[in-house]
Ligand binder design. Structure first.
Ligand code: NAP
Length: 487
């Protein structure tokens, strides 16, 4: 038996034990993890700072987001209605007689999580994928990201303390480090793996998705991959809010040196004097932004390569770059412009350049703007900047945008993803491999469960969520009506 076999054997044993835990005990376990992360805060943040170049305040905020996320899932499963219990009682007098059927969501089995490079806490070892899978009742094997291996190991050690404290199976969470093409591949291919969570590059996510589909028993890979997050700027708002729009968007494009999957990589507008003025002001703001180190050398090299490739395309015009020359490892924020006709002829312009870069697409008229939107691939977000008059005149643009992305934003920036029940951080391919799900917010739990129907079971044999007395006091659909009442 090799190492990965051993890990997955352990994960399966842990699953058989962990799935039997009450929601209340699972909820306490999630809270124990949050408490251990808080206890280790100073060390974790310092290590992550050294490994990722991310500033301390950002990392402190990200760790809080991570512990809040665990607490949110703890509350979700403590309340319990998320299992979507549905009960249809028997009717012996019907012809043919109607059986008693009861359905709820149950965990799929051991899940493999690939930590993301750009969020060492919130989308990594103890991040949203892990928290949602544990909340569902799955055991988790984490493939730590090599770019912050030490942080990942320290987070795992904090989680191990929570395992001991809560008394759950010792292999409920396991951690492996190593190359994606060996360790990662073997984890995805292992027959005991039942689902995969991933955040990273399109090539990485796609490769893992293909591996999962080539298995004798294919499994789902929920990969969050690539998005350029188009922003539509409408006429009146460009005229009325030129300066504030330029400041807001320069800040969003360069936030965290653009290392966010929700970075506004594409700005769309119809040509006008106001648009020219906006782009000039945006350029001036970008010139003022001080270059900072990116997460690691590989990401910086890939930013420079992507940027140079973009800027070398025919018809593109650089508007501005950060005025200060970047030092080694730094990214320099850049904005460029291109005419819509040129944009649509060259698929290169639709590729993500991961970093502080945004391309303005200047359209001849509204019809051309809509044609550009229609030519885009699936996105995590799309934004509309508009006054009331703009909104009244452009309902068709907004309608088109809702078909394009998982989240549509009015008069704000796409960067910043709230962790809550109503969030959708997902979208049509290639922003993710499955646009029906989200990787942020409480409904992220739905990735790790499947519905199971119990037909003709005696009350004592049913899970608590489906028993007549409703001992968990959860919302259920009983004979087509939402209720908390006992049967
Ligand atoms: P990545 O290269 O996709 O790696 C993410 C994880 O997947 C790593 O653990 C990696 O293993 C593994 N992996 C990658 N390719 C694999 C393959 N073919 N088979 C098996 N495992 C594989 O992403 P990254 O390191 O975070 O950043 C690289 C680029 O991804 C960035 O420059 C950027 O373009 C993009 N990115 C996008 C987002 C987004 O949210 N859209 C976020 C982060 C990064 P290793 O440890 O061997 O690398």
């Amino acid at each position: 038996m090799n190492d990965i076999d051993m890990v997955m054997q352990n994960a399966r044993e842990a699953f058989d034990s962990f799935k039997l835990l009450s929601s209340s005990d699972r909820s306490s376990f999630l809270q124990a993890i949050a408490a251990q992360l808080e206890a280790a805060r100073e060390v974790l943040v310092q290590t992550a700072h050294e490994e990722t170049n991310l500033p301390l305040p950002r990392l402190n905020g990200e760790l809080s987001r991570t512990t809040n996320q665990l607490a949110l899932f703890a509350r979700l499963i403590e309340e319990g209605s998320w299992v979507e219990a549905a009960i249809d009682t028997a009717d012996k007098n019907r012809t043919p007689p109607k059986p008693d059927t009861r359905k709820m969501l149950l965990p799929v089995g051991p899940v493999v999580v690939f930590g993301a490079s750009n969020f060492p806490f919130a989308f990594s070892t103890a991040g949203g994928d892990t928290a949602s899978a544990l909340a569902a009742g799955s055991s988790v094997v984490i493939k730590g990201h090599s770019a912050h291996a030490k942080t990942s190991q320290q987070v795992f050690e904090a989680m191990q303390k929570a395992i001991t404290k809560a008394g759950v199976h010792p292999y409920t969470i396991q951690h492996v480090l190593g190359s994606g093409s060996t360790v990662g591949k073997a984890l995805v291919q292992h027959p005991y793996t039942t689902g995969v969570g991933f955040t990273g590059s399109f090539s990485g996510g796609r490769a893992l998705w293909e591996l999962a589909n080539q298995r004798e028993q294919p499994i789902p890979v929920f990969a969050e991959m690539s998005s350029i997050n188009p922003v539509v700027l409408l006429q009146h708002t460009l005229q009325e809010n030129t300066t504030s729009l330029a400041k807001t968007y320069a800040a969003s494009i360069s936030l965290g040196m653009g290392q966010f999957c929700t970075n506004p990589g594409l700005l769309l507008a119809v040509k006008s004097d106001a648009l020219d003025q906006f782009l000039t002001l945006l350029g001036r703001e970008i010139e003022q932004i001080v270059p900072q180190k990116m997460l690691h050398g590989g990401i910086q090299a890939s930013y420079i390569k992507g940027l140079n490739e973009a800027l070398s395309q025919k018809g593109i015009e650089k508007i501005a770059q950060s005025a200060r020359q970047p030092a080694e490892g730094e990214a320099f924020p850049t904005v460029a412009r291109v005419n819509a006709a040129v944009f649509m002829q060259n698929p290169h312009f639709r590729e993500e350049v991961f970093g502080p870069y945004s391309l303005a697409v200047v359209c001849a008229d509204k019809a051309e703007l809509m044609a550009v939107l229609q030519s885009l691939k699936g996105q995590l977000t799309t934004t509309i900047m508009a006054t009331d008059a703009d909104i009244a005149a452009n309902a068709d643009i907004i309608e088109l945008q809702t078909t394009l992305a998982g989240r549509i934003i009015l008069n704000d920036v796409p960067t910043g993803v709230e962790v809550c029940a109503s969030m959708v951080h997902g979208g049509p391919f290639p922003s993710t491999t499955d646009g029906r799900f989200t990787s942020v917010g409480t409904t992220a739990i739905k990735r790790w469960v499947r519905p199971v129907c119990f037909q003709g079971f005696r009350d004592s044999m049913l899970p608590d969520a489906l028993k007549n007395s409703n001992p968990l006091h959860i919302w259920r659909i009983v004979n087509n009506e939402y209720t908390k009442n006992a049967i």
